[in-house]
Design a protein around this ligand. Structure first.
Ligand SMILES: [Zn+2]
Length: 109
């Protein structure tokens, strides 16, 4: 092989250049352990449980007040007695309160 430093031809396997003592073996060494096959870590998505809880709370925050609103409208629409109107108002206010509570809870998560 030829010395990369001075161009002098040296026998294969020579450790140093015969002319300039350049270390030839340093170039012959092949990088054997470059750790190119490291395991690629896959994101397992551990936040699926909390996401499920969030979706459940969001669904509840939609459906429970929705049922409350329907119940309140039904009671108010019947227009039979003041007592039933009061119950309808309770449903409406209760559903609105539950809605606010659920939004606050879902905001904290
Ligand atoms: Zn040389």
């Amino acid at each position: 092989m030829f010395c990369p430093e001075c161009g002098t031809e040296n026998p294969d396997g020579a450790r140093f250049c015969g002319n300039c003592r350049y270390e030839l073996n340093a170039l012959n060494e092949t990088p054997t352990d470059n750790h190119s096959n490291d395991v690629i870590e896959v994101d397992q998505g551990e936040s699926t449980v909390t996401d499920g809880m969030k979706y459940g709370i969001l669904a509840a925050s939609v459906f429970i007040p929705f049922i409350g609103l329907i119940m309140g409208i039904i009671y108010l629409a019947q227009n039979e007695s003041e007592e039933k109107k009061e119950v309808g108002k309770l449903w409406l206010y209760g559903s609105l309160g539950i809605m606010v509570v659920y939004f606050l809870i879902s905001g904290d998560l």
